[in-house]
Design a protein around this ligand. Sequence first.
Ligand SMILES: NC(=O)c1ccc[n+]([C@@H]2O[C@H](COP(=O)([O-])OP(=O)(O)OC[C@H]3O[C@@H](n4cnc5c(N)ncnc54)[C@H](O)[C@@H]3O)[C@@H](O)[C@H]2O)c1
Length: 370
Amino acid sequence: MRVLVTGGAGYLGSHVVLALVQAGHEVDVVDDFSRGTPASLARGEAISRQRVRTHAADVADIDAMERIFAGANADAVVHLAGLRSASECVDRPLDAYETNLTTTFTLLRCMTWYGVDRLVLSSSAAVYGDAGADGGTPFAEDAPLVPVSTLGRTMVTNEQLLRDVARAGAALRVAVLRCFNTVGAHPSGRIGEDRNGAPSSLLTRLGEVALGLRGHVEVHADGHSTLDGTAVRDYVHVSDVAAGHVAALAALDEPSAEAVRTWNLGTGEASSVHQVLRTFAEVTGRDVPHRVVPTPPETVTTSVADTRRSAAELSWSATRDLTQICRDHWRWQQEHPRGYPSTVTPETPWRRGVGHRLRLVPPLSAAVSR
Ligand SMILES: NC(=O)c1ccc[n+]([C@@H]2O[C@H](COP(=O)([O-])OP(=O)(O)OC[C@H]3O[C@@H](n4cnc5c(N)ncnc54)[C@H](O)[C@@H]3O)[C@@H](O)[C@H]2O)c1
């Protein structure tokens, strides 16, 4: 199959691209390199020994996307371009809504024009909101969607848009993948998370402490009655999540009464921040000092996947546990303490999108406080 992957140079995207290529698909990547880097794609090509066609463009730019669709001859689209950091979405709601929604509008228009009917949307567990301080039950796909974060609300709107478009009769087969806390790195140690200006994830912050790049890690805790007072998450290995995207794409070929189908990509295992910290310290053999600080706004207390539907319908389950996640992440971060070596990013005319805004426009809060 020929697959157009948006955001394919990003953290999850680079793993998805590699998994697709290794599953025998031909891949075109569209990325504006506001966060992703061409190095991640080059590394993936080196691992798979296969080429990926890369288009440097803003997915929200409909003229650019129309030109790309005209040449790509795609059978399916996997959509990962977007603003993914929850805290960045709080600070930059206009960028979050604009990027996460406009890119989907553009894709749906181009898919209609060029007769592409299969779409995999990388959504987020943030659409569910909070199972609560007592842990609640894991989120099944039909659980109520009550997001407590800007990121979650943008993703719910995206999902709703797809359902409305399908209900209006568009020839669409859609897989919505609600990815839980995606972490770790490719087992080769060659591709992994490069913050590139984004707020860092818990594992990256732990790695920075273990490497001596920061003194301690801040642990958010506000006395919730979780296992140990810290937030509880379902941490799932990025290579498992990438495999889930490949499985979902295959599932779109099966007959289904539903145009839009939804699957959780998680492990079903609950881990508190302290448990992650302990596992990371064990794996690395390093001390990871921490300080407890208040929890920021829009933080969910507990978020864990019910994985029964994805196991039954996609024959997909996460295969790596928290120890493996920490091991692979540590391998990557030791070799890349500051991310990928700096690469020459393509020239700038297409960088009118979120990358441009991220660099030049202060967060809304800064503008208001002035
Ligand atoms: N990483 C996670 O924990 C996680 C969890 C759940 C869902 N997801 C979803 O997966 C997707 C990708 O996440 P990620 O972790 O790889 O983030 P990322 O920031 O590493 O990747 C996003 C990619 O999209 C590109 N991009 C952003 N705006 C663009 C635009 N307008 N046009 C073209 N390219 C653009 C960036 O350059 C980057 O390469 C997001 O939609 C996110 O919501 C990620």
